[in-house]
Design a binder for this molecule. Sequence first.
Ligand code: SAM
Length: 285
Amino acid sequence: MAYLGKPAYTIAVLQKYNFNFRKQYGQNFLIDEGVLEDIIDKSGITEDDCVLEIGPGIGTLTQYLAEKSRHVVAVEIDKALIPILADTLSDYDNVTVINDDILKVDITKLAEEYNSGRPIKVVANLPYYITTPIVMELLEGDAPIKSITVMVQKEVADRMQCGPGTKDYGALSLAVGYYADAKVILNVPPSCFMPQPKVGSSVIKLDIYDKPPVDTTDPKYMFKVIRAGFNMRRKTLVNALLGGSLGLTKEKIEAALDKMGLSPTIRGEALTLAQFAELADILRG
Ligand code: SAM
């Protein structure tokens, strides 16, 4: 039975190993059993699943995952945590701990090794300093992934699931919208962590689409257009795209917008994903 969810056990483990939190690794450990149970419940993992956990810390969420899934692969960057994990996870024979930076790990290879190449599920309380690069790598990389259930800053969760015309709308919202159906499943206050983060947190679940909801001939080019379009938010889309490294002329961009029936003074934040897909195909053609 998982036991680390009780704050007293977490404190005992931290004291036993004289562990010092490393701020640069975004270490905020979960100490709330209700939140841990909710994450497991809503992530939809089953006894058949292979789960990738990013940043197991002292193994709190890992214990809950190990109870409910077939296998857990946990990738932790901080080598000071590896002997602690060997201790806290010693009762589980279905957990593999890897001491590495998740951004350097070949996730496709992990899925092959531990799940015969079938899609894995990602569940994690992410280190906030690299949330976006991690989520983008999971979405844009080629690894087979079925769903991603992650704790992130509340503000980042808001950006992931909003639409055009809102203040949080941007490249991240569009990337998430292209690859996945996103739902915030839980809001979590700072008091559920040790040490407490300065910001509120949310757990968001991304169910990866079998097929993206819009068609584009070259998704990579579309994302270049999207990133350039949001790089300079105060500028019109025409000027923002001219400032990017796309090698486009003003005439070409204006002609594309005209073809789509859009104003030459429109801003990137007004365009939907489908419109960015159409614009990218016209600009590329
Ligand atoms: N899962 C634990 C929990 O919920 O209590 C800890 C979560 S803590 C927010 C983030 C964890 O990610 C820390 O253990 C930290 O050392 C680890 N981490 C930070 N950067 C990482 C990286 N690039 N690759 C893998 N793990 C990382």
